[in-house]
Design a protein around this ligand. Structure first.
Ligand code: PLP
Length: 417
């Protein structure tokens, strides 16, 4: 057994039917029906190439990183550190030191809120969030605001699910220290104008964090072009393993920030009198990390690159457009989120059918969707709904998956007529 090379023949256009074969999970039956997996926003599936890479690591390469003088430890360190370079290229960061390993988007945002926040926020300072944030980009800011006396301001969202950019401009002030915004909404599918948001914040002297949990898996990301100060995402939403994620930060800002967690690996020298810290990025990475998951993310990025993020984005836009077109003909279905700029997510409700009934009955037909508040309660409250049904797509989905969803919805409706 050897490490698996990812190579997909492109021949002009990508053969997505063939790519689907890379995902063994998709070929199984669930509740007596072929699985239709439309819960990619929660977690995407893993191609065999990435699963094999993890398997190879566990069988032949496992050792702790950054510590051992022996060959296996050095090999594990090299493979693990290679992911940093791959992510640097994937999001076009200037330096590999700007890539910090975390356990996921939630952890990345907590790191920034705690470290940047404790350094820069004081009583009366303002943090701008939007009404469509995931709880991961709300609660850490509330916690640091409580500790520092900072105040949270919220950008409203209009009826289509777009940010009110005029309101945003009016919220920006000298006191604004941080603007933290979701790139693609996991509840609505709205793609927010990250670059414009960043430019405006910078004109006011505020730093910007973009929550890219739902954008990095679906489109080309260029952090230098966006010019954001921080960008976050999770491996498990982009064909990689759970328990691993990325915080990108501009080096000069990270260098100033204090460590967030203490322990092994993040230190330079330790004594009871004084401890000094390692350099960026290692000062933020205490303890033994999820090594396999880090190598797995590198493999996932190779896999995505072998298809091409532009191809992935094009394919998913086509699927979303097809899905919207088919679903809007379903009697009684109301979309929650109808932005012109949307990606990968279709959220909807029926007045007469609770989302959890919809999800449960769809599951009986082998169709996996997410129902509930999607960890975004404020935006659901904004639309006066307690829950939606969310179909979230990936490039390995097909038009047939959407047809099955529509048939499934008609089947569910028949119980309520
Ligand atoms: N932000 C967004 C937009 C998300 O969709 C999610 C997960 O659904 C998160 C943050 C949290 O990601 P994780 O649970 O991987 O930390």
């Amino acid at each position: 057994m050897s490490k698996v090379d990812v190579s997909i023949s492109k021949a002009g256009t990508v053969d997505f039917d063939k790519i689907r074969e890379d995902f063994p999970v998709l070929s199984q039956q669930v509740n007596g029906h072929p699985l239709v997996y439309l819960d990619n926003g929660a977690s995407s599936q893993m191609p065999a190439q990435v699963a094999d890479r993890l398997d190879y690591y566990h069988r032949f390469e496992h050792s702790n990183v950054h510590r051992g003088i022996h060959t296996l430890s050095q090999q594990a360190t090299d493979e693990y550190e290679l992911t940093r370079k791959k992510i640097q290229a994937f999001i076009n960061a200037r330096h590999s030191e700007e890539i910090i390993y975390t356990t996921g988007t939630t952890d990345s945002i907590n790191l920034v809120a705690n470290s940047f926040g404790s350094l820069h926020f004081k009583e009366g300072d303002e943090i701008i969030l939007s009404q469509m944030e995931h709880h991961a980009n709300i609660v850490p800011w509330q916690m640091i605001a409580e500790r520092t006396g900072a105040i949270i301001k919220v950008i409203p969202v209009d009826d289509r699910g777009d940010l009110d950019m005029e309101a945003y401009k009016n919220l920006l002030a000298d006191k604004t220290k941080m603007v933290a915004i979701i790139h693609v909404s996991n509840a609505l599918g709205t793609v927010n104008p990250a670059k414009e948001i960043t430019d405006l914040a910078h004109e006011s002297g505020a730093a910007v964090l973009i929550d890219g949990a739902q954008s990095a898996p679906h489109q080309v990301i260029d952090v230098q072009d966006i010019d954001c100060d921080f960008f976050t995402f999770s491996a498990h939403k982009m064909c990689g393993p759970t328990g691993f994620g990325i915080l990108y930060g501009k080096k000069e800002i990270l260098d100033e920030m204090p460590p967030y967690r203490g322990g092994g690996d993040m230190i330079d020298k330790v004594s009871f009198e004084e401890t000094t810290y390692n350099v960026t990025p290692f000062k933020f990475e205490a303890g033994t990390p999820p090594i396999a998951a880090g190598i797995g993310l590198g493999s996932a990025v190779d896999y995505l690159n072998s298809i091409g993020m532009d191809e992935i984005s094009r394919r998913e836009h086509e699927l979303v457009a097809y899905g919207v077109e088919r679903l809007k003909r379903v009697d009684g279905l109301r979309f929650i989120g109808e932005s012109e700029n949307r990606a990968s997510v279709i959220s909807f409700v029926f007045d007469e059918i609770h989302a959890s009934d919809m999800g449960t009955l769809l599951d009986k037909r082998g169709i996996a969707v997410r129902t509930g508040h999607h960890c975004a309660q404020p935006i659901l409250r904004r639309f006066n709904v307690p829950a939606t049904t969310r179909a979230s797509l990936s490039f390995y989905n097909s038009k047939e998956d959407i047809d099955r969803l529509v048939d499934g919805i008609e089947y569910v409706k028949s119980f309520f007529e």
